[in-house]
Design a binder for this molecule. Structure first.
Ligand SMILES: [Zn+2]
Length: 169
């Protein structure tokens, strides 16, 4: 396994739409393992492939306290969502910036696991927010896009000054 470099705002590769994963081979397994190692090394709870400059519909999540509940989202879509909740978010690609983002309180996810097996998952609260945050990454969208233009500008300035990387997704 190897640590990958996380790219930061305003890197244009964070804004590109990603390509579907069609081959579930050893190379993909190694990429997923690298992503988990990278995410845990910076205390993140989620990481999407574009954040390490890989343009694939692939993201990983682990919101558990003991880092034992791994979730792999490949070619994910939200098939249902309900309610609305505000939750403070951060992002490994936007270090030092945290703000409240409105998202669905509850979601139903349809995706494939690391072996290509399709699955569905219902989630709420932090996990639901994290799933929506990661799927946004796969569409070139970042959580600061939900903030006011002024806050977005402040975030951009803060990122250029902050090189410390911890927390977020
Ligand atoms: Zn993020």
């Amino acid at each position: 396994m190897a640590l990958r470099t996380i790219i930061h705002l305003p890197d244009p590769r964070l804004r590109q739409p990603t390509e579907s994963v069609t081959v579930f081979d050893a190379e993909l397994q190694a990429l997923i393992d690298d992503m988990f190692e990278t995410m845990y090394s910076v205390k993140g709870i989620g990481l999407a492939a574009p954040q390490i400059a890989v343009s694939k519909k692939l993201a990983i999540i682990d919101v558990s306290d003991d880092r034992s509940t791994t979730l792999c989202l490949i070619n994910p879509t939200l098939v249902e969502k309900q309610g609305e909740a505000l939750l403070k978010e951060g992002c490994l690609s936007i270090p030092g910036v945290y703000d409240e983002v409105p998202r669905a309180l509850w979601v139903k996810l349809s995706a494939q696991d690391r072996d290509g097996q399709p699955y569905e998952l219902e989630a709420e609260g932090l996990l639901a927010h994290c799933i929506q945050h990661e799927i946004d990454h796969l569409n070139g969208r970042l959580f600061v896009d939900y903030l006011s233009p002024l806050k977005r500008e402040l975030a951009r300035k803060k990122v250029s000054k902050t090189k410390r990387r911890q927390g977020g997704a």
